[in-house]
Design a protein around this ligand. Structure first.
Ligand code: HEC
Length: 186
């Protein structure tokens, strides 16, 4: 076999003695580092597989734990959240609310609440409800057609206060800005 002399590792005797188109077969020992790596992976499998199967750890369990943690937090927040405006009729709070109203809300709802970019807040029509929880939700989280969320900037106290102020604005019986029928029949 030509070229065999040039090899660094000498070929072993062929076992089958057959000719394989002149291609030599080397049967060198597997290197030590390979056996060591192999041994480590086997040892790892022996430890890891039972641990994975029986320790109770899994992504389902992790997920369930996370959901549990969040739902506890949500329940705590909900339990804390007033369902009626705690500042209704409170003069000091209403005065504070009027400042928030004047700095933020007037730009879109006008100082008298009759509406500009945003709808009228003094007419009988409420797209998202005028119970305290709905109003709070509207101001805190915003609404899709252009009402921004104010929770981060105001916090719940100031939201309740501005709503307490909003309530004191003189009401109108007519459908206002944004209400169905507004501007069609006067
Ligand atoms: C950038 C303009 C803008 C500002 C500022 C703004 N709003 Fe609005 N608001 C809107 C728009 C637009 C809507 C209608 C949203 C919709 O229909 O989805 C709306 C809707 C509302 C509604 C719901 C009305 C209904 O019919 O259910 C309330 C309540 C409200 N705003 C209160 C406030 C208060 C209180 C403030 C001040 C903290 C405020 N808004 C600031 C634009 C604004």
């Amino acid at each position: 076999m030509s070229g065999a002399e040039a090899r660094e590792i000498p070929e072993r005797e062929r076992v089958d003695g057959a000719d394989h188109d002149g291609i030599g077969e080397e049967d060198n020992p597997v290197p030590r580092w390979w056996w060591i790596t192999f041994g480590i992976t086997v040892a790892w499998a022996v430890l890891y597989v039972p641990w994975y199967l029986f320790s109770g750890w899994s992504q389902e369990v992790q997920y369930a734990e996370e959901v549990e943690r969040v739902s506890v937090a949500v329940a705590a927040v909900k339990a804390d959240m007033p369902t009626t405006n705690p500042y209704r009729g409170d003069a000091a709070a209403i005065a504070e609310g009027s400042e928030t109203w004047a700095t933020i809300c007037v730009a879109c709802h006008k100082p008298d609440g009759s509406g500009l970019v945003g709808p009228s807040l003094v007419d009988p029509y409420w797209r998202y409800g005028d119970d305290d929880v709905s109003l709070f939700e509207t101001v805190a989280k915003g609404r899709p057609e252009g009402m921004p969320p104010w929770e981060a900037q105001l916090g719940s106290e100031k939201i309740w206060k501005v709503l307490a102020y909003m309530e004191t604005l003189p009401k109108s019986d007519e459908p206002g800005m944004g209400a169905p029928g507004f501007g069609t029949d006067g």
